[in-house]
Design a protein around this ligand. Sequence first.
Ligand code: PEP
Ligand code: MG
Length: 595
Amino acid sequence: MARLRTKIFKGIDASPGICVGRVLLTDRRRYHVPKTHVSDDQIPGELERFREALEQSIAELEAIRGKLSTKKGREPKAIIEAHLLIMQDEMLIAGTEKTIHSEAVNAEWALQKNVNQIRKIFDAVEDDYFKERRSDVEFVGRRIMNNLMGHETSVKLPEHSIGVVVARDLSPADTAGLNRDRVAGIVTEVGGKASHTSIVARSLKLPAVVGVEGILSRVGSGDRVIVDGYRGEVFLHPSERAVREALDRSRGLRDRTAELMAELDKPVVTLDNHRVMLSANVEMVEEVPAALNYGAEGVGLFRTEFLFMGRRPPSEGFQRSCYKKIFKQVGDRPVTIRTLDIGGDKRHPFLRAEPEANPALGLRSIRLSLRSRPIFLTQLRALLRASVEGRLRILFPMISCLRELKDAREALKEAKAQLEAKGQAYDKKVEVGMMIEVPAAALMSDVFAKEVDFFSIGTNDLIQYTLAVDRQNEQVAYLFNPLHVSILRLIKRVIDNAHKVGIPVAMCGEMAGDPLYLHVLLGLGLDEVSMNLPALPYARHLIRASRLKEARRMTREVLQMDDSEDIGRTVRRHMAEKFPDFFTSKGPAEILGGL
Ligand code: PEP
Ligand code: MG
């Protein structure tokens, strides 16, 4: 298959790991059209299959026309004649044959592409009569397709190959039911890091890349792909060399992680004795044991969104039992549970909302909770009742003004009163914190610091809102810069204001888990880093090999700089000097980057 060039797709790094495998296509949108790339010597066979199917379809239509001619009425006959004309149309025949040749695809795939193209032409015509003709083209295409699919294709999938499921979307049940012996990775066109597929993939330790737009129209069953779940990349038709490199990287990272896992019983302190709290970001109760295995000292962010993905909001009892399960597993380690943060890009099936022009700036997160008070109060009661089982810290997301924080605290007071009225116990010392993820909150962190027990900086949104860069939009991803002068200034301001009144600051955005930023964050005075599980052993190792003094010196230096690119260069150079075996082009920090 020398003619097939490597194509790289960018998506979202949903579940870490690297695998190489053959595509197992799962396209549930329409009837299943087999799609495979073919080698040069298979092309004549595919052309032959197409011509046979075409001839058979024409013969069928002619037979129908023959029967119609004995009956009354001209209209049906005219339709069949029109269909016969479409079937003999140059654009359809020559187009399909050309596609088989030039794109090296099987006949079904080529036919589907050409039918779609012709359909689009009819769609674009501003005339109802021609728009209607679209369905005639579909009808003709379907008839040829049926005949094609009745003919054995000569193209076979390699036997005993490891599969990579490529699908538009997968349900959590689909994902959980995958045969682990045959499936090595997952790629989907839709979804985000926080989608169910991603979460299940993470807990199954299956490398996954989601949000890979347009991949279904480009891959065929049996195509070879590399799935890089660290970088969120999918390589279609990779070279042998790329496959070797990917497997090397994967092996290297696995070995390194195994080495670092041996350090898990050592304290998370710098060489000059500065203690940093190392916590895990967790999305499902089932992930908690893995978080502890990776050395988490607590849960720094439990995203409750996934308890809310059903058709109805979960009951107080159900939520309480989920939260209790977390406490049971983590013992007396602190657990920060964030109240519901849906809306925006995270869909909420049970709350009917008007479509919004700017969902990221719309009715989401704490705004939605405050608007849906019964649901909010249910969650708060469940949290409070579970709090007797462990060390709970409640975290309010996306606070943008004092009013919101006061309203959220007011709701918490009401939930407590409701429990007291029923004689139900809760921990009176439950801590209350807020996310700093809106620039307004960072700018007035001096005010907020007096109102809460802790801050948690959500850099994913803080960067999105400060730099006006949609965190989901690949086109502007190059502008999403955690080392932007403004971001460092905001983080510094938040930490300084918090420390002035003696409250701790955690960070739970992705920046906290990327080893590149560790010294900047230490230098800025962050107290706790909370991250995805695979990043935990690396953070522990690097913190233990760091000197706070040096991190502070470098941070002071970059805070003087006006140019974000200078900051980037300085931070990279500093980290590469301190940890030469980590920050190389093949080192784990590069591989883990962006986790
Ligand atoms: C953040 O915004 O950085 C954050 C941790 O929250 P989420 O990614 O869930 O929006
Ligand atoms: Mg956020």
